[in-house]
Design a protein around this ligand. Structure first.
Ligand SMILES: [Zn+2]
Length: 255
């Protein structure tokens, strides 16, 4: 078999397995399991939410497991959320995209950063909360980037920029950004470094503001209505990771 095809296939299998783990993490976090005992929630074997029966290993195979079980628990027949295969396929495709976009030693770093930020977006959208663990992971991935590439100062500048932009409204505007937004924004700033952070920040603020206006008009609420900002930071983060340098080049060519 062609080497490229084998690598692509492995990337998909790895990504899909990671997607399965992440979706389980999201479900368990939102059900409050982590609040009680985080270690237990992380290590607890997969089970049917309806009959609590442990899921057979064959049905845990990403995508294939869902097809084999025809989307139902093998013990009680309770339907299994189609979002499992959706998140598995999504993460599998992201894994394939990252191996073709980024240079090798940093592929896992970018893959983890992108999928963790999507996880933050979903949890923030559903619960208006961002678990501290997730921005911490993105921050640590930023440390790995610095160790590999250098440029510590540029990354620290990115962190400082985000903290200034997000902490100031937190102090002066009641009901502005939440503490979780500040930590996530700080981690993004450190990961991206100063220049690309500006791209992520602009995208997040513009799309967030547009959504806020549409939401306020549509729901006839005031502009003070609190909307989760995590998804917009995630959008800015991912676009900046993939196209940040190109956008900066384009900007300079227009000057
Ligand atoms: Zn069941």
């Amino acid at each position: 078999m062609d080497m490229k095809l084998i690598v692509t296939l492995f990337a998909f299998i790895f990504g899909a397995s990671w997607g399965s783990f992440l979706y389980t993490f999201i479900i368990r976090y939102m059900s409050g399991m982590y609040g009680n005992n985080a270690f237990h929630a992380l290590t607890y074997p997969s089970h049917c939410p309806h009959c609590k029966e442990k899921i057979q290993p064959v049905y845990l195979i990403p995508v294939l497991g869902y097809l084999l079980s025809k989307g139902k628990c093998s013990a009680c027949g309770h339907p299994i959320s189609f979002l499992y295969p959706v998140s598995e396929i999504t993460c599998g495709c992201i894994a394939i995209a990252t191996i073709y976009i980024f240079n090798w030693p940093l592929v896992p770093v970018y893959f983890l950063a992108i999928t963790t930020s999507i996880c933050i977006a979903i949890i923030d959208y559903r619960t208006m909360e961002i678990p501290d663990l997730l921005p911490a992971i993105i921050f640590l991935l930023g440390v790995i980037l610095c160790l590999v590439e250098g440029y510590w100062f540029l990354h620290i500048q990115g962190l400082v920029l985000m903290l200034v932009v997000f902490v100031v409204p937190l102090i002066f505007v009641k009901g502005g950004f939440g503490g979780g937004d500040v930590k996530f924004a700080g981690a993004i700033g450190f990961f991206l470094g100063l220049h690309v952070t500006i791209v992520a920040l602009e995208i997040a603020l513009v799309t967030g503001a547009l959504y806020g206006i549409v939401y306020a008009v549509y729901k006839s609420k005031t502009l003070k209505t609190h909307i989760p900002f995590g998804p917009f930071l995630t959008l800015g983060f991912i676009i900046a990771i993939v196209y940040g340098e190109d956008i900066i080049q384009l900007y300079y060519s227009l000057l």
